[in-house]
Design a protein around this ligand. Structure first.
Ligand code: UD1
Length: 418
């Protein structure tokens, strides 16, 4: 297993370029199942989750080519409508295969994703949506088996604006020659990106980005070429790093308009933050970080995927702050690791109470999930001494060559085999 060795404290300066969005690329790659035509997706980050998607599409019989951030998918003759446990286990987003497979082949069998480090994460909202579209659903030995003789449009009101369920239903409904309406839909920028692709394929989707989405599906969908949007979570992670220890850190190829909630909170902490007309972000840390509370919420609220990074930031703020996690249960695993680095954090239910300390100290810490890992890397960058971050495979799921990007802006970081 690999780990990062970070020698701190570091001042970050120079320029960093943001990669394409993982959370946009994943559903778009699964959407290729909806057509037999060739599809080309550009700006796809090289990540282990993308590799898992490649394996899953290839397992199902799609012909894939991935290199230089370009992913091509074509049809082969032998299609399997199944997502096995070993691949779903590696990546929860594998469940996004369900909507496209159901709509295209009227049958799909996929392993239940099960729990993960950040909670139970059920898929009831996805399944409820498929049922309303006419699917028959059975559970067999840990697998969900869905089939349908005929799928039809429906009015689907989500009990929570789940990102994955909105995407799955939108993909299925695009290949149903009828009208589907999703109420209380997720509004994340990745939903808008996926809708753009589905429209390029021939569907007619209106309202993506709002909580009311209207999908007029078609009997047949076509190939497409698309460039995925920048990764707002990677961009936000580097912005928080800049706020922690930046001296004119320049962040390029991001999409700051997707990060309004973070930008508002960062400004309240006293950082210098400038965004030019082309979206380039320039950030300087402030000597005294003001403590600022956050509550994670669905978009456009503060993203849960930046909560761990914010916790590292607030660990060295000048006073007390509170983080309230409202999206996932059990998403404070990084807190105990930060405490090992000298942070003063108390967890009560879904709230973290953070008393800022002057300095963090290097320690050996264990990564429990992707974003927790990013938070610990940020803490390691500013801590005094050596921080060993173990189980970096979690981080490699979602950050394209984070160690190389950090090196380029002045962080002393090495990747080592344990
Ligand atoms: C997506 C993102 C993830 C992000 C999350 C919330 C991808 C690949 N992943 O995950 O990075 O942290 O949005 O912004 O895009 N829920 C149910 N039943 C369901 C579905 C979800 O109860 O059927 C609950 C989940 O357990 C969780 C909450 O709803 O508590 C949010 O989940 P959801 O929005 O579905 O997140 P994902 O799509 O899994």
């Amino acid at each position: 297993m690999e780990c990062f060795i970070i020698e701190g404290p570091n001042i970050v300066t120079g320029e960093v370029k943001i990669s394409g969005s993982k959370n946009s690329a994943l559903p778009i790659l699964f959407a290729t199942i909806l057509t037999d035509d060739k599809c080309i997706v550009e700006n796809v980050p090289e990540l282990s989750d993308i590799k898992t998607t490649y394996e899953l599409l290839a397992y199902c019989g799609k012909e894939c080519f991935f290199g230089f951030n370009r992913f091509e998918v074509s049809q082969s003759s032998n299609i399997k409508t199944e997502a096995p446990y070993d691949l779903v286990r590696k990546m929860r987003a594998s469940v996004l295969i369900a909507g496209p497979m159901l709509a295209k082949y009227k049958r799909v069998k996929f392993s239940m994703p099960g729990g993960c480090a950040i909670g139970v994460r059920p898929i009831d909202i996805h399944l409820d949506g498929f049922k309303k579209l006419g699917a028959d659903i059975k559970l067999e030995e840990g697998y969900v088996v869905m089939s349908a003789k005929h799928l039809h449009g429906a009015k689907i009101n989500l009990k929570f604006p789940s990102v994955g369920a909105t995407e799955n239903i939108m993909m299925a409904a695009s290949l149903i020659d009828d009208l589907t309406i999703i109420e209380n839909a997720a509004k994340e920028p990745e939903i808008v990106d996926l809708a753009e692709v589905l429209n390029k394929m021939g569907a007619c989707i209106e309202g993506a980005g709002s909580s009311f989405i209207k999908i007029r599906g078609k009997k047949r969908l076509f190939g497409f070429k698309h460039r995925v949007i920048p990764d707002r979570i990677e961009c936000g992670t580097f912005m928080i790093l800049g706020a922690l220890s930046g001296r004119r850190l320049v962040i390029k190829h991001g999409q700051p308009k997707h990060l309004d909630s973070l930008i508002r909170k960062l400004k309240m902490t006293g950082v210098f933050l400038d965004i030019d007309d082309e979206g380039t972000i320039i950030i300087d840390s402030s000597k005294l970080i003001k403590p600022v509370n956050i509550v994670t919420k669905p978009y456009p609220g503060f993203p849960t995927d930046l909560q761990a990074q914010w916790m590292s930031y607030m660990s060295v703020a000048n006073g007390r702050s509170i983080i309230t996690e409202k999206i996932f249960e059990n998403r404070f695993m990084h807190a105990a690791e930060l405490v090992r680095m000298g942070a003063n954090i108390n967890i009560k239910g879904n709230k973290a109470y953070i008393e800022g300390v002057k300095k963090l100290k290097g320690a050996t810490v264990m990564v429990s999930d992707l974003r927790a890992g990013a938070g610990l890397v940020l803490a390691g960058c500013i801590a005094d001494g050596v921080t060993k971050v173990r189980r970096v495979y979690h981080i490699d799921r979602g950050y394209e060559r984070i160690d190389e990007k950090l090196k380029l802006i002045g962080v002393k970081i090495k990747r080592e085999e344990e």
